[in-house]
Design a protein around this ligand. Sequence first.
Ligand code: PGA
Length: 250
Amino acid sequence: MSRKKLIAANWKMYKTPSEAKAFVDAFLPTVAGYTRDEIALFPSPVLLPTVIEAAKGSSVAVGAQNIYFAEEGAFTGETSILQLKAVGGTHTLIGHSERRQYFGETDEIVNKKLHTALKHGIVPVVCIGEVLAEREAGQTEQVLKTQVTGAFAGITPEAAAPIVIAYEPVWAIGTGKTATPEMAVDAHRIVRAEVAKLLGSDVASKIRILYGGSVKPDNATALCSQEEIDGALVGGASLKPDSFLAIVKY
Ligand code: PGA
């Protein structure tokens, strides 16, 4: 069955509001009427209103890079899903490896955030992936299975439809080293099989699994044209409209 691909920009902690607006103003006309794949932008929380306003009326979705699992409360520095919804955000990344690495996010936290996103109708992009030492030790399959099982605890097949997974080998993020299409496809098959085990083959055949980790204009076609790869989560190469456009139109 064919799944609509999603090409997503993770801007990380870059751009001011004026830079973000300039990106959207330059980028939107270049994708006007473009329907082959979905496109989403993930800016920092303070940029969300600016980017959402600038993208209004287009088919480009805008989401957060992170949300907290509680809906509101005394959680200084966190972004609430109610706030995200109120400004018009529709998606959120969950469990990006930088969140896991620098901010202590565990599979358990990822799972709580996933429940919160689904409860509020926000499309979750759940990020998973092995670090270099795990790959070198032959543990990739086990790591991916553990992350998927942990993230999906308590999720029912009925609730799972909106979920997107991003497979991002940590050693490929921001390093210029990309998984080969074969490596990515192998990992995606492991992830899809695990989803099938947990939620059934129907959910598994429909769930989108993106690849992320040094996706660039010159490798996007080789990766995204694989049937098993349902799009890309792009960091560095998504910061400039022309380079992100080249990936979108791989
Ligand atoms: P990169 O980042 O494209 O700069 O490797 C990808 C990501 O972190 O989502």
